[in-house]
Design a protein around this ligand. Structure first.
Ligand SMILES: [Zn+2]
Length: 320
């Protein structure tokens, strides 16, 4: 039995049934799994075995239409909050009607993301302040002596809470964005960034982790698979920043501090919008002829270079 969490969210849970018993207290995230006989899911409400009423769930995001969960996982994070996540089969999700539009997405320093349409998506508000708060909480935790159990546990919980808040805000924003991109576009072209490649530039590495690029990509890919859209990842060595998207001339150098530039052809470019346009063009060329820049396609209908899972776990779907 874990210690009672600091927040009050557990009360309703406690009223209806005992807490699930967790196998390990050491793991940062404790969880219990229920298979189909252990729960009932009807009209969007979830009732676990031995409970009379459905759980009072705050949905983190809706399930895709028609989705039927096959496994329910109840867990508690380090900040003491309860979560339910639902595992659903791909087959129960209906694709959206096809659309002709396509978009390129560039990840940047000034903005979280830039679209080939010229739209810029800012980093989440408050993240800077939250980071300062996180640093403070971490310093306080570091000062607590190892032997001082209660105070140290309290400091550790504080750190976990700030972490959780940063992640929650970021995730909310990414969910809204990826849902919109997938609804509006048939094809979404992204850059195949890897963290390894970014470590060379520490500032960029920080920005990449802040922006949670991998979380963005992951959401984009499973939502695209749900709704019959394509995500094309263009090789990270593609010179998207140095290429004029208007005339195709390759610039010799494009230092990071250059935000706008004018090509010899007379076109003035915003660095990030130009890169997003180039990614889009490269991705569409790949999808048309199937060669060139080593794409990784994520589409539900076969022809996939990446092995697709038959079912997908919803990352921390609804929250208790
Ligand atoms: Zn040009």
């Amino acid at each position: 039995m874990p210690a009672a969490p600091a927040s009050g969210v557990h009360h309703f849970f406690g009223k209806r049934a005992k807490y699930p018993r967790f196998k390990s207290k050491k793991k940062s995230r404790k969880s219990a799994e229920y298979t189909t006989s252990g729960f009932r899911f009807r009209d969007g409400s979830l009732t676990l075995a031995k409970m009379r009423e459905p759980l009072d769930i705050v949905w983190h995001r809706p399930l895709p239409e028609g989705a039927k969960p096959s496994t329910v996982t109840v867990s508690q994070d380090a900040a003491g909050r309860w979560y339910v996540s639902l595992l659903c089969d791909d087959a129960s999700v209906k694709p959206l009607p096809a659309t002709g539009s396509a978009v390129g997405v560039d990840v940047g320093l000034d903005h979280l993301l830039t679209l080939s349409t010229g739209e810029k998506i800012a980093n989440p508000r408050h993240e800077r302040e939250d980071r300062a708060r996180l640093a403070l909480a971490q310093r306080r935790l570091a000062k607590k002596a190892k032997g001082d159990g209660a105070n140290r546990a309290k400091a550790r919980r504080k750190v976990a809470k700030v972490h959780a808040r940063i992640a929650d805000r970021r995730r909310d924003g990414l969910h809204k964005l990826t849902t919109r991109l997938v609804r509006e576009n048939q094809t979404i072209v992204i850059e195949d960034l890897t963290v390894r490649n970014m470590v060379k530039n520490r500032k960029l590495a920080r920005a990449i982790s802040d922006a949670a690029w991998s979380e963005f990509r992951n959401m984009l890919e499973y939502k695209a698979a749900w709704y019959g859209r394509d995500v094309i990842a263009v090789d990270r060595f593609f010179p998207s920043s140095k290429l004029c998207s208007h005339c195709g001339t390759l610039q010799e150098k494009m230092p990071l501090h250059v935000r706008t530039w004018t090509c010899d052809c007379g076109t003035t470019h915003d660095r990030d919008v130009n890169a997003a346009k180039n990614l889009l063009a490269a991705g569409l060329a790949v999808s048309a002829c199937g060669a060139g820049v080593r794409p990784q396609r994520s589409s539900p209908g076969g022809q996939s270079a990446v092995k697709q899972e038959t079912s997908r776990r919803e990352p921390r779907s609804p929250r208790l």
